[in-house]
Design a protein around this ligand. Sequence first.
Ligand code: 5GP
Ligand code: ZN
Length: 115
Amino acid sequence: MNDCIFCKIARGEIPSRKVYEDDEILAFHDIGPVTPVHFLIIPKLHIPSLAEADLSHQAVLGKMLGLAGRLAREQGLADGFRTIINTGRIGRQEVYHLHVHILGGPEPLGPMVRK
Ligand code: 5GP
Ligand code: ZN
């Protein structure tokens, strides 16, 4: 067992507001939403970041993105959404368990990266 916060969420040791769950994937609302709808899609497998992901993970990586549209629609994001994966120090990743942010709301979001 490890101390990773998202592994603990995946194991049910820390509560979360679930959006979706299956054997390999969990999606849950971000605790600090930055848009009206903001949830995360994670693999249950501990992969620290996209930098450590490789082709041995392709099935679960594909599943995460393959579910994104459906889950976003189910959360009310029928007109689109933004998908972000922060990676490492430069990407300002805070939690080192791979996660995809799904962001959206009724209004278009701001610019992708502020200059
Ligand atoms: P990162 O900066 O690593 O891409 O994003 C980590 C995200 O995880 C942040 O948006 C943060 O609000 C969210 N987060 C951190 N701890 C928790 C938690 O315990 N529960 C939930 N639901 N989200 C969390
Ligand atoms: Zn983890």
